[in-house]
Ligand binder design. Structure first.
Ligand SMILES: Nc1nc2c(c(=O)[nH]1)N[C@H]1C(S)=C(S)[C@@H](COP(=O)(O)OP(=O)(O)OC[C@H]3O[C@@H](n4cnc5c(=O)[nH]c(N)nc54)[C@H](O)[C@@H]3O)O[C@H]1N2
Ligand SMILES: Nc1nc2c(c(=O)[nH]1)N[C@H]1C(S)=C(S)[C@@H](COP(=O)(O)OP(=O)(O)OC[C@H]3O[C@@H](n4cnc5c(=O)[nH]c(N)nc54)[C@H](O)[C@@H]3O)O[C@H]1N2
Ligand code: SF4
Ligand SMILES: [Mo]
Length: 756
């Protein structure tokens, strides 16, 4: 296969540059990794100027890939807990132990006694994306959990209710919009989420340079709010009120313009009736935003030529996460900004269905089963992680979760009530972690199975090409051959799946390709009806694994070569031959063809959403009387959730795990800048250094998540030297968005006390 390797510009014979994509966040910047082949080490990592999508941009985390690759704490061999210590073991022994252990529990207690928790890095790895389903099927459990329910679950649910699919996230077309309304997102720190657009600083500067406006709604004057035309402070958890008031004004002032969306949108009148109860003046108290400001915002948004409303973490991980996520798109639809350039749009990924007809219309996959203790609803095949600890520690004996497999997840630091989670994990009969570190979570495992480092395997952004502001495609080759005895993530998952199914990895890999092939070739109505499955198999990229599966997806995708040579269509080989990636053009309208709701229309007023409005209505009165302090989170450019704090180049600099407090609150609670505060919630307490700043809204304090690296038994030398505290010791597992049951991580009631 052609690879993306070029000689080093300095013509040093031993140096080589490998072009690929940074796997660390959703922005997907092109990077050029310079390697000294004589010692097989990374010399440097630069932004790839020739990547048509990122044009040379990168953030400091990209350079951290070198440190991650070299980190002595990164695990290279399977570990087995041995009494109180750990022992390196071979893969054969590790697979055997894990498979036997899981099979024993499944035979005695049933498959649902085994839970899985999948973390964020899985979304950035093609091997995980393609082989986790196989692993999960082989395990057979319905007790599946992931970081989704501390993240985008409300947006996935609302997208499913409105547009018919949990993955149908509307993506703001930042490059062509005239008005970008951002609620609860801070792309200058996060580099964008559910919005793959490398170099957000430039994209936002361009927006303003062409006369567009950026409005940020956030309880903190965030990095993004600082460069906005308008920043509105909002009380955490009250976005649904603000959005309903915007909708109210759109109707009241005759600003609703559905345009062509009117031909396939239902429920407009119901939305109008619901919004009637939320005039701007009625929500000013709970949101902290004056009625006039809300009216002005609605008018400006509606009158902009092209406008995009976008909500992210702050609007999801809160009490009304699904309502807020829904109303963001109600605003887009009512102003005719859904599915048009400069509004919100749906990408068409190269490794996705070639025709919209391939999407199945159907029922919403919600509450088909429920968690054991609290009966929280499943959505799209998984349960909310706020139910995991209690289903381990409090379920009736016969129904208890007894074993857990984590794959690239750190629930002790990333899910609510971390202390309870840690205790629950310690009580398991068996825990297995597929992970690169021995950390706060994996220290409870019996066996840890470490995959190769990101630079040791090839990759393809199966997930994020589908959230991209331009259609594009890029193959990322491995920078280094993998060391002897190392395994890629997909190999680990496939081997475990095979052992659980009593077959071999090879046989299982061939087997899982079958249905994919069957849907794509060899039958009337498929993409290649005249090509037999056997012929297609023979033509696919050599070898097994993700590359072969991806080849099939690309070749039968919207830009695919349909297995015909020389027609210029895409295949893995064709994509890999372009080391800087291929631009496939601007996003284009896809509605109504891609709608997958039962009715085939945009369901603007789905009964599940309408029913939840009663809860919002009730909060309008109850919240008006609440004057306590609430906690929110934040992200820093040099950090990435819980796991990049062991890399010296990123961990250095000023202390980041600090509590931001408004001057009025500092006075009220006797806190001083540089002092320490004790923060207490219903479930826990932590102490953190105080920074007094008017970037916070009064009554709101901010502490980042992902810290607390002083756990006994973790092997994270650098992180341990500046551990910070785990903000999720404060997050309360009983505080949920009642509809999606996503955890509330923003807007947690807390008390503050000065530490002498
Ligand atoms: N309070 C609060 N809590 C939050 C959030 C918040 O804003 N506030 N944000 C939430 C969000 S959005 C998310 S996505 C979650 C993240 O929650 P998680 O996904 O649970 O946690 P991460 O911190 O991403 O940890 C990733 C884990 O994967 C391991 N890892 C890294 N790379 C690889 C790899 O290539 N392969 C394997 N097998 N393992 C790898 C790391 O060692 C680590 O154990 O946190 C959530 N928690
Ligand atoms: N550098 C860095 N980049 C990352 C990550 C990281 O940890 N570090 N994590 C990655 C992951 S997993 C994700 S999911 C994305 C998240 O990407 P973003 O959503 O952009 O994440 P944040 O930077 O946490 O921004 C959330 C904002 O919401 C605000 N907020 C809190 N509560 C409320 C509320 O009730 N209403 C409103 N309107 N605003 C509120 C916060 O003050 C904060 O500014 O970032 C990704 N990128
Ligand atoms: S913004 Fe930074 S972490 Fe994200 S993809 Fe680009 S270089 Fe990597
Ligand atoms: Mo996330």
């Amino acid at each position: 296969m052609p690879n993306a390797r070029t000689p080093s510009p300095e013509h040093r014979p031993d140096h080589e540059i490998v072009h690929r994509t940074c796997p660390l966040c959703e922005a997907k910047c092109g990077i050029s990794v310079e390697v000294d082949r004589s010692v097989q080490r990374v010399v440097t990592i630069r932004g790839d100027e020739l990547d048509p999508f990122s044009r040379g941009y990168l953030c400091p985390k990209a350079y951290g890939l070198k440190a991650l690759h070299e980190d002595p704490d990164r695990l290279r061999r399977p570990l087995r807990k041995d009494g109180t210590g750990w022992r390196e073991i071979g893969w054969e022994e590790a697979f055997d132990l894990v498979a036997k252990g899981l099979l024993r529990i499944r035979e005695t207690h049933g498959a649902d006694a085994i839970a899985t928790y999948l973390g964020n890095p899985n979304a950035h790895d093609v091997g995980s994306a393609l082989y986790l389903p196989t692993f999960q099927r082989a395990l057979g459990t319905r007790w599946r959990f992931s970081a989704t329910s501390v993240d985008q679950l409300p947006k996935a649910l609302s997208s499913c209710l409105l547009f018919g699919s949990p993955g149908a996230f509307p993506i703001p077309d930042v490059d062509r919009t005239d008005f970008f309304l951002v609620l609860g997102g801070n792309p200058l720190a996060s580099n964008g989420s559910l919005l793959t657009a490398p170099d957000m600083p430039r994209r936002l500067a361009d927006l303003r340079a062409r006369g567009g406006r950026l409005v940020v709604v956030d309880p903190r004057r965030s990095e993004t709010a600082r460069i906005a035309d308008t920043h509105l402070f909002i009380r955490p958890g009250s976005d649904a009120f603000l959005l309903f008031a915007l909708v109210h004004v759109l109707f009241a002032e005759g600003l609703v313009r559905l345009g062509r969306l009117g031909d396939f949108t239902s429920g407009v009148d119901e939305v109008r009736a619901l919004a009637n109860e939320f005039p701007p003046e009625a929500v000013a108290g709970v949101t902290g935003i004056a009625g006039d400001a809300i009216r002005a915002l609605a008018r400006d948004f509606a009158r902009a030529e092209r406008a995009a409303c976008y909500g992210r973490i702050g609007t999801c991980t809160q009490e009304f996460g699904t309502l807020a996520s829904w109303l963001v798109d109600v605003v887009n639809v009512l102003t005719g900004n859904a599915d048009r350039p400069g509004g919100v749009m749906w990408p068409r990924p190269a490794a996705g269905p070639a025709t919209d007809g391939a999407r199945r219309r159907g029922r919403v996959p919600y509450a088909r089963w429920r968690s054991r203790v609290r009966g929280l609803p499943e959505f799209a095949g998984e349960l909310p992680v706020a139910a995991l600890a209690e289903d381990i520690d409090s379920a009736p004996e016969a129904e208890r979760v007894r074993a857990l497999v984590t794959v690239a997840g750190n629930p002790v630091l990333s899910t609510p009530n971390g202390a309870r989670m840690a205790k629950a994990l310690a009580s398991l009969e068996l825990m297995v972690s597929v992970d690169i570190y021995l950390n706060e979570t994996t220290r409870f495992a019996d066996v840890i199975l470490p995959p190769t480092s990101p630079l040791e395997h090839s990759n393809y952004d199966l997930v994020f090409h589908g959230m991209s502001v331009r259609n594009n495609t890029k193959w990322s080759p491995a920078v280094f051959d993998r060391p002897p005895g190392a395994k890629d993530q997909w190999e680990i998952l496939l081997e475990l799946a095979a052992r659980l199914s009593g077959t071999t990895a090879q046989a299982l890999d061939d087997l899982v390709l079958g249905p994919l092939l069957g849907r794509a070739v060899g039958a009337p109505g498929t993409i290649c009806p005249d090509l037999s499955e056997d012929d297609a198999r023979a033509k696919l990229a050599a070898g097994r694994g993700p590359e072969r599966m991806l080849d099939l997806m690309l070749r039968t995708g919207p830009w695919g070569d349909r297995f015909q040579d020389g027609n210029g269509g895409l295949s893995v080989a064709k994509v890999a031959a372009e080391p800087h990636g291929i631009d496939l053009g601007a996003l284009e309208p896809r509605l109504p063809a891609m709608l997958a709701t039962e009715s085939g229309r945009i369901e603007l007023a789905h009964p599940l959403l309408v029913a939840d409005v009663a809860r919002l209505r009730a909060a309008l009165t109850s919240r008006a009387t609440h004057s306590g302090v609430v906690l929110i989170g934040r992200r820093h450019l040099r950090s990435n959730n819980s796991w990049m704090h062991n890399l010296p180049s990123l961990a250095k600099g000023p202390e980041r795990c600090t509590l931001l407090v408004h001057p009025d609150d500092a006075t009220r609670f006797g806190l001083r800048d540089g002092g320490r505060a004790r923060v207490r919630s219903r479930v826990g307490a932590v102490e953190a250094p105080v920074v007094v700043t008017d970037e916070m809204m009064p009554g709101v304090v901010s502490l980042p998540h992902g810290f607390g690296h002083d756990a006994e038994g973790a092997r994270l030398e650098v992180a341990r030297s500046r551990p910070g505290v785990n903000s999720n010791l404060l997050a309360d597992e009983t505080l949920l968005d009642a509809l999606s049951c996503n955890a509330v991580l923003n807007g947690i009631p807390v008390e503050l006390v000065a530490v002498p």
